[in-house]
Design a protein around this ligand. Structure first.
Ligand SMILES: Cc1cc2nc3c(=O)[nH]c(=O)nc-3n(C[C@H](O)[C@H](O)[C@H](O)COP(=O)(O)OP(=O)(O)OC[C@H]3O[C@@H](n4cnc5c(N)ncnc54)[C@H](O)[C@@H]3O)c2cc1C
Ligand code: FES
Length: 274
């Protein structure tokens, strides 16, 4: 699937080094699926060689009129994306992977920093029928995107490491104040150590758990194996892992001792079967 040319139609600052871009493309995606974004060379034909050909991005908004992606500047490609303005062209392919399946009547959504992006369309689905519980965290208030929308959600709890909003500490500190007996499903995305800590908290419960994991996505099309975690390719079988998959990869245990690969060194399940 080649990237389709897409025009940036809107740009909004959504936190510290976080920008939400509106794109004029209809992507038939479910919450949690990703697209691959390609940045063209500038008008002079130049491009910073460190900029990747394509990077994986979640959809932070999905509608029939278009989608939004929300970018956190962490390296050359994402920082170049922060400079995009309405009228600029980029390439988008996808959707790829499998997204969240919204099930349960009493959901808890946990997001850390830019990890809140793929949770936003899911949250909107839940808000159409009930009030989901939410725990959102970041190093400081400015690292929590979509704050205006999140604050309007009844039952939203926040955690910041500097104590500037909500509980002082991490989302796990906020989770410790939460009665897990009140929820039947949990959806999470954020840095891997945060997700591992959340998984350890809920592993021995009956809660239906789905987590969007991160790995080094290169081709995005299930071919290169660079994103393999255990038998799964994050770009094809994930990025959302359910309870069974998390158990199978031994998520949250000591990966180094259990021989579970993470970034970039994996082979796909098909490759191993050959
Ligand atoms: C399924 C998925 C969904 C994502 N959704 C978003 C999103 O909605 N918004 C957002 O801002 N970021 C998202 N990311 C992360 C984003 O793709 C990386 O931050 C980006 O590729 C970094 O590229 P860079 O050139 O700016 O930085 P680099 O210099 O390449 O890397 C900076 C950091 O990002 C990590 N990284 C680099 N390349 C990748 C990659 N291809 N996949 C994952 N991590 C990488 C590196 O380990 C390093 O820690 C997502 C990643 C995945 C796997
Ligand atoms: S990035 Fe190539 S298989 Fe997933």
């Amino acid at each position: 699937m080649w990237p389709k040319p897409v025009t940036v139609t809107g740009r909004k600052t959504d936190g510290r080094e976080i920008v939400t871009l509106s794109l004029n493309i209809h992507v038939p995606a479910r919450p949690g699926q990703m697209v691959m974004v390609w940045l063209p060379r500038d008008n002079s034909g130049k491009r910073n060689d460190e900029v990747s050909d394509e990077v994986p991005m979640s959809l932070s908004g999905i509608s029939k009129d278009g989608v939004t992606i929300s970018v956190k500047g962490v390296g050359p490609t994402t920082r170049a994306m922060l400079k995009l303005r309405p009228g600029d062209m980029i390439g988008v392919s996808g959707p790829f992977g499998k997204g969240f399946y919204s099930s349960g009547e009493k959901p808890l959504i946990i997001g850390g920093g830019i990890g809140l992006a793929p949770l936003m369309p899911l949250m909107r689905q839940f808000l159409a029928r009930s009030w989901p519980y939410l725990i959102a965290g970041g190093a400081t208030t400015e690292d929590i995107p979509f704050l205006t929308q999140l604050r309007s959600i009844m039952g939203a709890r926040f955690a910041t490491e500097d104590g500037s909003l909500g509980t002082k500490g991490t989302v796990i500190d906020a989770l410790h104040k939460f009665d897990l007996g009140t929820v039947d499903s949990l959806y999470a995305c954020g840095p891997m150590p945060m997700l591992e800590a959340v998984w350890r908290e809920v592993h021995d419960t009956e809660i239906n758990v789905q987590m969007s994991l991160e790995a080094h996505v290169r081709c995005g099309r299930g071919v290169c194996g660079s994103c393999a975690i255990g038998a799964y390719r994050v770009c094809h079988d994930g990025p959302v892992f359910d309870r069974r998959m998390l158990d199978e990869i031994g998520f949250g245990r000591d990966f180094s001792k259990e021989g579970i690969r993470s970034e970039g060194e994996g082979r796909t399940a098909e490759a191993r079967a050959r």
